[in-house]
Design a protein around this ligand. Structure first.
Ligand SMILES: Cc1ncc(COP(=O)(O)O)c(C=O)c1O
Length: 357
């Protein structure tokens, strides 16, 4: 654990965990990792007991939202020990997010070391069942106390851990998605490709309204023409048109570069599938649905890995996709990625950081 200082918790709260009813983001492990930034440097980091933080009412982040986060998982491997899936990619994405909102980036190698250290420290919090995992939530925010729209001169980088249930109780489950036509999440030149709180705050009203109408999430269209597809609430989106995998390009800078998106693209390319990252309009999707070439739609993200979309609604028109059934590609990508994460399939790409703990 290098130079990381360790202050052990005197008590554990692990007995409070409802292992048969984990859900998402409800239980938090005994320790956190904290690194503080001041005078132009991040310190070596400390592992210390989880607990309330001191926050002054003038904390700049509460007012101006200078905060970013990440989300990744550690999986119990069938071969023993634990696999942390592609932490370096999350570390790199966090550097990009940091730059977007003027937070000093936390170095990627320190990020990976910190993740390994805190998972090792609280290894007894890693669920044992297939499908369950330890969710890792790194985040960083300004800790200065002042009013005024200026970047803070002090920051924290913190990691908390939460044992989480399998996203699917009984296998993959196709969801209903509403194509959002009133609200927008991101615009070119904005913060869309950064994992920063503002994007999630901006998405809540539309998400809530969609839930009330019976949809699980919204599909965002681009903020300028409201024509091209961006992404889903917390997932990237992919379309199988004939046998081609089409997904919105990262080039416009308004969608999050998902780790799962990148993983699926690599697997699809290796399987000889034609993969195209480009602009795709909602009209094109409607047309492909009409002429029968739209075979599958699915979301990709750390939480669900693959989330098949069974129904898309746009301007009152419903598109039923693949008879509301799980498509063969969605199933294949899901099986392959989870197989690698739980150590059942060979990790040819070196995506797992394995810890023998
Ligand atoms: C807005 C948004 N898009 C896409 C994703 C999927 O990214 P990943 O595959 O890295 O979890 C997430 C989840 O982190 C997200 O919040």
């Amino acid at each position: 654990m290098g130079n990381i200082k360790i202050i052990k918790s005197e008590k554990t709260v692990i007995e409070k965990v409802e292992w048969d009813n984990l859900r998402f983001g409800v239980f938090f492990s005994d320790h956190i990792y904290v690194s503080e930034y001041k005078d132009g440097n991040w310190d070596n980091g400390t592992i210390k007991p989880y607990g309330a933080m001191d926050l002054e009412p003038a904390n700049c982040t509460l007012h101006y939202g200078q905060t970013i986060f990440e989300g990744l998982k550690a999986f119990p491997s069938v071969k023993g020990g634990v696999n942390i899936f592609r932490p370096e990619m999350n570390g790199k994405r966090m550097v990009n997010s940091a730059e977007a909102v003027c937070i000093p980036p936390y170095p990627v190698d320190s990020f990976v070391e910190a993740v390994k250290a805190i998972v090792t420290m609280d290894k007894q919090w890693i669920p044992k069942k297939r499908g369950e995992s330890l969710y890792i939530r790194p985040f960083s925010f300004g800790t200065g106390n002042f009013l005024g729209v200026n970047a803070s001169d002090k920051y924290n980088f913190i990691i908390i851990l939460s044992p989480v249930a399998s996203y699917y109780k009984e296998g993959l489950n196709p969801v209903k998605i509403l194509v959002e036509t009133d609200h927008v999440r991101a615009v070119r030149g904005g913060l869309g490709n950064a994992k920063t709180a503002a994007n999630y705050a901006a998405s809540m009203l539309a998400g809530l309204q969609a839930h009330k109408k019976g949809f699980s999430q919204v599909l965002w269209l681009d903020g300028v023409q409201r024509k091209y597809i961006d992404e889903v609430g917390a997932m990237n989106i992919m379309f199988v048109i004939n046998d081609e995998l089409v997904t919105p390009t990262l080039e416009k800078g308004n969608i999050l570069p998902g780790v799962t998106r990148n993983t699926v693209i690599q697997l699809a390319n290796e399987a000889g599938m034609k993969v195209t990252e480009r602009e795709i309009s909602i009209d094109e999707v409607m047309e492909a649905h009409k002429d029968g070439s739209l075979k599958e739609v699915f979301g990709t993200g750390t939480a669900a890995v693959i989330s098949p979309v069974g129904l898309l609604q746009y301007k009152g028109k419903e598109m039923i996709i693949n008879d509301m059934k799980i498509g063969k590609y969605a199933q294949k990508f899901y099986d392959t990625i989870t197989g690698i994460q739980y150590g059942e399939l060979e990790d040819k790409h070196g995506w797992n950081v394995h810890l023998d703990i």
